[in-house]
Design a protein around this ligand. Structure first.
Ligand SMILES: [Zn+2]
Length: 416
């Protein structure tokens, strides 16, 4: 399979070597964290990256007290400062210890049967994989995730930066690099030091298909509904018991089921998604996430959910409802729109690599959602990885090499 450019082909060996090294480190993050990072394995990778950045020649590379790695590749005097970001952790939703990557060279388009866990990558069910005939495909051994999300992004940034450092004649701005912990548990941007980072804008390298440039995410809120009933021994309950668990069930039953759900929506439609319910007769809790690309519609969905709950509970005067609404992140678009060159230069870099720009909104959030809202416009670029958070996760060496080449071309696009 030919690469998108001689540059991509020349970057591939270093990239693959780095990628295989990074995925072997167990950096699975954990929910309900008590410190940052949530797990010590992330620090193992962070220290490895600091050492490698020093070896590349980025003398200021350092790990901060929260588990973030920062480094600088200086451009010519007066250059703009542009950020490159990837997250070091991998998802808690699939086994992540003992990852052993496998390279399936020159993929023939058939089923890929992995040696462990009975895991099969079937192109009949994975149309994107079916399109990669001739690529070198990297998978896990079948009993863990691979960790392309987001070690592909980490390896691509490292490879591109090493290439720029080794070729000082190549045009570049000042590049600020950061590798972040705990993205998969929603905390990647929390302790990110925007001020210290000091960049005009940044790019997360955390997407999928070659050419992807994402500057739109959901706006997101989490709603927690607590219903208090009246609990009493069922043998003496006549006329007294008020069952909170039943009321919670009625709230769910009263919500729309044929629209506004994740399973009935796509593209730009938002949803209300009750994802956890726990309860007893005395007290029941319903947790839901609410999503939309439009902030006004997001508020409407939140209002529909809380009004539905209030109406159900109001029908039983002895029951009580407590509502908590927590904003999670906002659609990054309105923050990125204020600086059109952030998207323009990325488009230029993608086209310079011979790729078409793909601009689908993300039905989710990224570290960039939060960072954009905090004044660092941060769209997302592709990595070449797929089937994230599962044992079927895979990445194409050729596509990862394209991503590394796009980073080199992005540096050129920002050189002044
Ligand atoms: Zn990711």
């Amino acid at each position: 399979m030919s690469y998108t450019s001689p540059l991509a082909e020349s970057l591939a060996p270093d990239l693959l070597e780095r990628f295989q090294r990074y995925v072997r480190v167990d950096t699975q993050s954990a929910r309900d964290r008590e410190g940052s990072p949530s797990t010590p394995g992330q620090l193992d990778l962070a220290r490895m990256l600091v050492d490698e950045l020093h070896a590349i020649g980025l003398a200021d590379a350092a790990l901060d007290e929260h588990g973030y790695v920062y480094a600088t590749l200086e451009g010519p005097e007066g250059s703009p400062v542009i950020g490159l970001l990837a997250h070091m952790d991998v998802s808690p939703d699939a086994p992540a210890a003992g990852v052993e990557p496998l390279v399936h060279a020159a993929y023939d388009g058939g089923r890929i049967e992995l040696p462990r866990g009975g895991t099969v990558l079937d192109p009949a069910e994975m149309p994107v994989l079916a399109g990669k005939v001739g690529h070198d495909i990297v998978t896990s051994s079948g009993d863990t995730l691979l960790g392309a999300d987001d070690k592909a992004g980490v390896a691509e940034i490292m490879t591109a930066v090493a290439h720029l450092a080794a070729n000082p004649e190549l045009p570049r701005p000042t590049l600020r690099i950061a590798f972040t912990p705990d993205e998969e548990v929603g905390e990647g941007a929390t302790l990110f030091d925007v001020e210290r980072f000091g960049a005009r804008c940044a790019y997360t390298i955390d997407g999928s298909q070659p050419g992807e440039l994402q500057d739109e995410t959901f706006s997101a809120a989490e709603v927690s509904l607590t219903v208090y009933g009246v609990d009493i021994h069922p043998g003496y309950a006549t006329g007294k018991l008020v069952n909170a668990a039943r009321l919670a069930g009625r709230i769910l039953a009263a919500l729309p089921a044929d629209r506004l759900t994740p399973e009935t929506t796509s593209d730009r439609e938002g949803f209300i998604h009750p994802y956890e319910i726990s309860g007893s007769a005395g007290r029941a809790v319903v947790r839901a996430i609410v999503r939309d690309f439009d902030d006004d519609l997001l508020h409407e969905h939140v209002a529909l959910l809380t009004r539905t709950a209030a109406e159900v509970v109001a029908a039983e005067p002895r029951a009580r409802l407590d509502v908590k609404v927590r904003p999670q992140y906002v659609n990054m678009r309105r923050h990125i729109e204020t600086m059109p060159e952030v998207v323009e230069r990325a488009e230029r870099a993608i086209r310079a690599e011979g790729l078409e720009v793909i601009r689908d909104p993300i039905r989710g959030g990224t570290d960039g959602s939060n960072l954009s809202a905090r004044g660092l416009p941060t769209p997302n670029l592709f990595t070449g990885g797929h089937e994230y958070h599962s044992t079927r996760e895979w990445a194409s060496v050729q596509d990862m090499a394209s991503a590394a080449a796009v980073i080199v071309r992005l540096a050129e696009a920002w050189a002044e």
